[in-house]
Ligand binder design. Structure first.
Ligand code: COA
Length: 417
């Protein structure tokens, strides 16, 4: 290649770089706009919550029996307030959230928010798959430990448990930041399990350990099987959640979600309760071991306490799940409705953005075939900007004075904020 050709190539590269700079400038501009929109959404959510609290407080002042039309209006207000709460929660799912203290300590001050409902569902799916894979590995290792009594194999298995539960606590904290309703107990359960696995790791080999060892391995085999069943249940729920954003009739998918959930729960619960009985039995065995044979190491009583704690916490939380689900049926319905709408909206926006992208690139392609179009490809930045603009346009509600203007906080509201 002669030097002139190289210079020409460089000039062409320069032209392309100018486009890249323009694209970057537009990107920064959009990020700035995004930040402003996010702040506005935060303010409006705060305002909505403040007004709702005021209305709810006034509603509570209605004393004595309310009849006829008034009762109907009151019920309607209650229903609408439940619905609005679900809608606000769903809007928050597209906004960044701060990490909790645990994540800040482990990961530092990094943003772990996932701003797209579909990506959140995908992340949850990934979490369930991670649990499944580790459970299969755990099952195989526990099984080998039942056959062979090698210290190295045993330690490898227990070390895997420490790592697994530790990782779960991190993943669950990320899920929590991203709006998961995972109960505090299940997270605490995984912290306690990490501690328990740590104690097992330093439990010295001796008579007490040998007496408990087989029972512990059988327990792990059983838990792995139960966790496989749990995976089937959660996977089924996730599959139906994804369907929410794909079907035209959302009512059908909500019904499908609920009927699957109840069927899944009634299948799963007996296995869970057997698992809890096994935990209580472990605590009982360790309690006896703490006294006989004599000179039990401290690990025996600590493990006894931890198994007892897990048993009590698990059984209480699981027993509360069913009545809570029955009580909060209406709330759950509104939550699913809002979630389905948000997933649908995202999908439509994505489709319209890619349609726009396609049509712009086909225009550019046809222009490129004409002799005047000697320029290198310019579609990417323009179409990306257009797609982003269209996405913003779809996301922003039709500007009505009430919808777009940031609400002016009342003096009382300012004080409350
Ligand atoms: N671990 C992690 N996440 C859990 C969980 C658990 N044990 N139990 C529930 N969750 C999550 C759900 O996936 C859901 O997440 P989302 O908000 O991101 O969708 C959220 O917490 C709320 O779930 P909820 O509606 O209360 O319950 P569910 O119908 O999803 O599950 C059970 C109910 C009882 C099946 C479930 O809690 C469970 O499997 N518990 C048993 C766990 C256990 O005891 N393990 C030890 C075995 S001996």
């Amino acid at each position: 290649m002669d030097i002139q050709t190289l210079c020409n190539e460089w000039d062409e590269l320069n032209r392309e770089y100018a486009e890249l700079e323009e694209c970057n400038r537009r990107n920064i501009e959009l990020l700035e706009q995004l930040h402003q929109h996010q702040q506005k959404c935060f303010n409006e959510i705060k305002h909505q919550r403040y007004r709702m609290n005021q209305i709810s407080a006034s509603m509570r002042q209605y004393k004595g029996p309310v009849e006829g039309e008034e009762k109907e209006k009151l019920d309607n207000l209650l229903k609408m307030s439940l619905k609005r709460k679900a809608q606000l929660h769903e809007i928050e799912q597209s906004l960044p959230a701060r990490s909790g203290r645990y994540l800040q300590i482990i990961l530092g001050d990094v943003n772990v928010s996932i701003l797209n409902r579909n990506d959140k569902v995908r992340y949850k799916d990934d979490y369930e798959k991670f649990k499944l894979i580790l459970n299969v590995i755990g099952l195989i290792m526990a099984f080998f430990n039942l056959i062979f009594n090698y210290r190295a194999l045993e330690l490898a298995f227990i070390f895997l448990l420490v790592w697994y539960y530790c990782t779960l606590t991190i993943r669950e904290s990320i899920l929590k930041v991203n709006g998961s309703r995972i109960k505090g107990w299940w997270r605490a359960h995984h912290f306690i399990s990490t501690v328990a696995a740590g104690v097992l790791l330093v439990w010295p080999q001796g008579e007490h350990w040998q007496l408990f060892r087989l029972q512990f391995m059988y327990f792990n085999v059983y838990i792995s099987i139960v966790q496989y069943l749990q995976f089937g249940y959660q996977k089924g729920l996730l599959y139906r959640l994804k369907a929410l954003g794909e079907r035209h009739n959302m009512d059908i998918t909500i019904e499908g979600f609920h009927s699957w959930m109840w069927r899944g729960l009634s299948f799963l619960l007996p296995f869970l309760f057997i698992g809890y009985a096994f935990q209580a039995y472990n605590a009982w065995t360790l309690f006896k071991l703490a006294y006989y044979p004599p000179d039990a190491p401290w690990h025996v009583s600590v493990m006894c306490g931890l198994f007892l704690l897990l048993f009590v916490g698990n059984i209480t939380t699981t027993l509360l799940v069913v009545p809570e689900k029955i009580r909060e049926r209406a709330k759950e319905r509104y939550r699913l409705q809002s979630m389905g709408k948000s997933m649908k909206l995202r999908k439509e926006m994505k489709n319209s953005a890619s349609d726009l992208d396609l049509s712009t690139s086909s225009q550019a392609a046809s222009a490129a075939t004409t002799p005047t179009a000697a320029q290198p490809t310019t579609t990417t930045p323009t179409s990306a900007a257009a797609a982003a603009a269209s996405a913003t346009a779809t996301a922003t509600p039709t500007p009505t004075p009430t919808a777009t203007a940031t609400p002016t906080p009342t003096p009382a509201e300012k004080k409350a904020n």
